[in-house]
Design a protein. Sequence first.
Length: 131
Amino acid sequence: MTPFGLQRNTQPKTGFKNMMQSTPIFWLTILVIVLLGRGAVMTFIKERETAKLAQDAQNKLIDLNNREKVLNEKISYLKTPEGTETELRGIYNAAKPGESVVLIIDAKASTTTSPQQKTWWQKFFSFFSKN
C-alpha cells in the first residue's frame, strides 16, 4: 500500500484507452487537425477574394451606369436638329448654303539652321564613319 491509502494501477493499459494514447493515433490526430485548419484558412482566403471581386463588380456596374447615362444624354442631344447639324458639321467640315468654310493654318517655325563649321576632329571622324 502507498501512503494515504492510494493504490497504484499496475495493470497494463488495454482497449480504447491504450489505442488513444498510442503514437500513430497521436500523429493521425495532428494530421487531421492540420488538414481541417488548412481548409478553414483556405475558405477564409476564398471568402476575402470573393468579397473583393464582388466590390470590383459593384464599382464597375456603377461606372457602366454612369456611362450609360452620359451616352443616353448624348443620344437625346443628337436626336435634336441642332445636335444632328453640329455633329455633321464636325465630321464633314460642312457649311450651310451661303456660308463658307475658312481654314486657318498656323505659320510654321523656321526649321532651317545655318550650317556650322566642323572642327578638324569632326572632319577626321566623319571621314571614317559611315554617315
